[in-house]
Design a protein around this ligand. Structure first.
Ligand code: AHR
Length: 660
């Protein structure tokens, strides 16, 4: 056996120690200097600065967060999505089954078109039925129990029925049977339990019978384990990834999804309540069907589970096709709808909508502070938002004076009513554009309404953001954090994207909007470099921003515009007295930076340094390579009141240390 010589051990120790040591060195001359004035607090950091924004886009819920594993469970499919045929899309006949949509045998008013299955030729040796591919596959893991439920009705006595998870080849992974199906609609529930097997998403769901005859099916559903085991709940890995961002709020239900393409396709919250099989569902403006299985209550439970406060968007009488109302009479029912919605969220059980919430399983009211009236009403060319905003504002404030009401336009655009906050969206098409926004809030008049940066992102990289985008994101966030007396909330958008089938204009495109925070397929999920920037900033938020100044900051040029190549913000946690220096280097080479800490009696000699970088600014994370660009944390020694830190090219660093 080979012996390890002591010199090899020493070398290994040095290899770990040296990189940290070489980062800290005496001050070279002519290097950029950042001076932290630790005795001067610039502002408090808004506790709600980092949150999430969500809507049904990119199969965020259907085929994403919502735990339903079957696609088109209620046989609505693409009806209602203009260009599609009236057929049981995503359901494939097995064994010669004759399948069709039947509007004469409804389950109920909401789900009024069923799947009619004529199991001709079925026998014990020849099962006949249907299969479903899920959302670009069905994730199957070993030793896992799945819940199958469906409504069925047979002509005469039907059954037996077997449900299964199977390979495309037909090989069964797990199955369960029920003996018979009655002649009346009835709900059936079965469990499928897998044994030892390889994790995969190359699976289908099948439902078959061995008896010839007609069968009607509705709400055919398959759930795996959900977050906190909540029935009708959310996918576990995505919830865990969001939780790691320490989000303080969730803005829902949109985005365009709040408004809908037409009034009829808006997020009509009352139709998203109650047992899932009583929800009709609706078309998302992103061109696919939403079952509304993730409805208003589920948004609220999602908030509760991740300890986020809701930022509730209420429909404000404008749809994406320009349809709008603005007279008091026309606005009245929509205002009432918003008041009812607020009552559903916050009212006690003696109120009409509070009682409905209790009936829906949640007697305790949810805390609510922020309500946003509409979404991006700047696109309403009729100029009706001033009237609409002011009517909603007055009615809501009259009943709920403590609510903070958010306008989707600037305060100048709503002269009839000053908003409590304004929602500003900053999408940068290329990194250069984002650097133009870094100082957006430095000179914002402090007496103006506070700001919610409700949607923002740097677009660079496809389909998901690359390191270059994440570095620009981080530069933007230094501006938000530095000004978080003005910017109270912010949320990157969009949050989620199913990237199973990206591209083209095909009906089967899983992603409608490139550049999102978290990507996934049926089985796996990954954080983008932008996700890790959010995580680094949220984890090191601090309580107060300390004053800091820079000198000899290098510059770089893009599109004939020159920008600094270093960005930073310095915060302190008032309880632990730890200081966080967030430092962003857009430079293309490693950059030594002198850090001078003034106004401190003592500085710990060691801290931690977390760095996000890669060898290529175009680097991205993917399903198969999810950790190419992830932050690495190392111990950092050599701290003093005056030291040098060398940060890599294209990097985001957080240095955290104790100081008094
Ligand atoms: O985030 C994607 C879309 O961008 C949102 O739905 C909309 O509000 C904005 O235009």
């Amino acid at each position: 056996m080979k012996k390890t010589h002591w010199s090899m051990v020493l070398l290994a120790v040095l290899a770990v120690w040296l990189p940290a040591k070489t980062w800290a060195a005496p001050n070279p001359v002519n290097t950029p200097t950042i001076t932290v004035h630790a005795d001067k607090v610039k502002t408090r950091v808004s506790p709600t600065l980092y949150g999430l924004m969500t809507e049904e886009i990119n199969f965020s819920y259907e085929g994403g967060l919502y735990g339903e594993l079957l696609r088109n469970r209620s046989f609505v499919g693409q009806r209602g999505v203009a260009y599609a045929a009236d057929e049981p899309i995503y359901w494939t006949p097995l064994g010669g089954a004759d399948i069709s949509l039947d509007g004469k045998t409804p389950l109920n008013e909401a789900l009024n078109v069923s799947l009619k299955l004529d199991a001709k030729g079925a026998s014990d040796s020849h099962p006949v039925g249907v299969s479903n591919p899920g959302f670009w596959g069905i994730a199957v893991t070993p030793d896992t129990t799945y819940t199958v439920s469906f409504y069925a009705k047979a002509e005469g006595r039907g059954g037996p029925i077997t449900v299964a998870l199977a390979k495309a080849s037909g090989a069964v992974v797990a199955s369960a049977s029920l003996a018979s199906v009655s002649g009346e609609w009835k709900k059936y529930e079965l469990k499928l339990t897998t044994g030892a097997l390889a994790v995969s998403k190359d699976n289908v769901f099948t439902l078959t019978t061995t008896t010839p005859g007609k069968l009607w099916l509705q709400q055919v559903s398959l759930f795996g384990p959900t977050y906190k085991d909540r029935p009708n709940g959310n996918r576990r890995d995505l919830m865990a990834m969001m939780s790691a961002l320490k989000p303080t709020f969730l803005r829902f239900p949109g985005g365009n999804y709040l408004e809908g393409e037409t009034f009829a396709q808006r997020f009509d919250w009352k139709k998203t309540l109650g047992p899932p099989e009583t929800r009709p569902g609706h078309r998302s403006p992103w061109n696919y069907w939403s079952t509304d299985g993730l409805g208003l209550m589920e948004f609220l439970l999602w908030c509760e589970e991740l300890k986020m406060e809701p930022v509730l968007g209420v429909f404000a009488g404008y749809a994406l096709n320009g349809e709008h109302v603005s007279s008091p009479e026309e606005l009245a029912p929509h205002i009432q709808d918003a008041l009812d919605e607020i009552e559903y969220v916050t009212g006690d059980v003696t109120t009409k909508w509070g009682a409905q919430r209790a009936k829906d399983g949640h007697p305790a009211p949810f805390a609510l502070r922020y309500v946003e009236i509409g979404n991006e009403d700047v696109f309403d060319r009729s100029g009706s938002y001033d009237k609409r905003f002011s009517a909603f504002y007055k009615a809501i404030k009259a009943k709920h004076p403590r609510l903070q009401l958010i306008s989707t336009m600037s305060a100048e655009s709503t002269p009839s009513q000053r908003p409590d906050l304004v929602d500003e969206h900053t999408y940068a098409w290329g990194e250069g554009q984002m650097y133009e926004h870094v100082n957006d809030y430095d000179h914002r008049p402090r007496e103006a309404p506070k700001v919610f940066v409700g949607e923002w992102a740097t677009h660079s990289g496809w389909p998901m953001p690359n390191l270059k985008a994440a570095v620009a994101d981080a530069a933007f966030l230094t501006g938000l954090e530095r000004n978080s007396d003005v910017v109270l909330l912010s949320a990157y958008a969009p949050l989620l994207a199913n990237i199973s089938h990206v591209g083209g204009s095909s009906l089967d495109n899983s992603m409608q909007w490139a550049t999102n925070l978290i990507g996934y397929d049926a089985l796996k999920a990954f954080g983008t470099p932008s996700y890790y920037v959010q995580k680094m900033f949220a984890e090191a938020k601090g309580d107060v921003v300390l004053e800091s100044t820079g000198a000899a900051i290098p510059k770089w040029t893009i599109d004939n515009k020159t920008f600094p190549s270093l960005y930073w913000v310095v915060t302190r946690n008032e309880k632990t007295r730890h200081i966080q220096i967030k430092l962003v280097n857009r430079g293309t080479t490693p950059q030594p930076v002198n850090l001078v800490l003034s106004g401190l009696k003592s500085v710990a000699s060691r801290g931690t340094l977390t760095v996000l970088t890669a060898d290529d600014p175009e680097a991205v994370n993917t399903i198969d390579d999810p950790a190419r660009v992830t932050p690495k944390t190392v111990g950092f020694s050599g701290l003093s009141r005056d030291f040098t830190l060398t940060v890599p090219a294209y990097s985001v660093s957080v240095l955290d240390f104790a100081a008094r």
